[in-house]
Design a protein. Structure first.
Length: 262
């Protein structure tokens, strides 16, 4: 069990670089060691919450968070992540993992090679593009609200906060910088993970079979990793960082798809 502490630190450090909470790895890790899906899901959201809180604080200090996008994309996702706690045992996970993996892989490839979907984006932009105060996005973020609601529901059921989807949405479709996408995603998943934890505790009012001292050590590791990750990401050049984000998202998609198949 003690091996979980350094594992949580490494996951928090790696995923906070890319504006993600680490739920893609937290969930299978906790399920493997605890053999209790409910406890694993709650622990996953608690670690995501602490990781994203630490990372978002660091990004906030550097003024990289776009709070308009937190409202446009975050509120629908957060609401559905909260609702997902009530469906966690009612939807099969195998097919869901394959769907999420395929979507993530496409999103990552589109970030690496934007020309693949540029024509589609331009046509959609003429239909849904909208100018907002103090800046212009490629599309209206409000037009993406139904998509973020679906992402929030599916991600929440899978025990993740959805940050892995928010980054390609912002950097690939809305054409924000990768650094802004990562920072804003950290803020969104902070609130989403908080709601996800509350949804699980409300739907399963039972004691969590984890020693308080061990839980404290896990959360401290998650906080430390989340604090150090942003210090690495802000040092990378914007164009290079966007490609790296794309590769990382595509690899996460392959991992999740193969995990669902196997």
């Amino acid at each position: 069990m003690m091996i979980l502490i350094p594992c949580v630190f490494f996951i928090a450090f790696l995923f906070s670089i890319f504006g993600m909470g680490g739920g893609l790895f937290y969930m299978p890790l906790f399920v493997l060691f605890l053999d209790d899906y409910w406890t694993a899901s709650l622990l996953s959201f608690l670690c995501i919450w602490v990781t994203s809180a630490s990372a978002a604080t660091s990004y906030f200090q550097k003024r990289l968070i776009d709070w308009r996008l937190v409202g446009y994309l975050g509120v629908p996702l957060i609401a559905m992540v909260l609702v997902s706690g009530f469906f966690i045992q009612k939807i099969p996970g195998e097919g869901l993992q394959k769907v999420l993996g395929a979507v993530l892989f496409w999103a990552g490839i589109s970030m690496i090679f934007p020309a693949i979907h540029r024509g589609l984006l331009e046509r959609f932009s003429r239909t849904c593009g909208q100018r907002f105060p103090h800046g212009t996005y490629k599309f209206s973020p409000l037009a993406l609200s139904p998509l973020t609601m679906v992402i929030g529901l599916l991600a929440g059921i899978s025990g993740i906060a959805g940050g892995v989807f928010e980054v390609p949405l912002m950097a690939g479709i809305l054409q924000t910088s990768a650094h802004t996408a990562v920072a804003t995603s950290s803020a969104i998943i902070f609130f989403a993970a908080c709601c996800g934890s509350l949804g699980r505790m409300a739907s399963y009012p039972q004691d969590m079979h984890v020693h308080p001292a061990f839980l404290t050590a896990l959360l401290i590791s998650a906080f430390a990793g989340g604090y150090l990750g942003p210090k690495v990401s802000v040092r990378l050049p914007k164009n290079v960082f966007k490609k790296i984000c794309g590769v990382f998202v595509a690899l996460m998609g392959l991992y999740y798809f193969c995990k669902g198949v196997l």
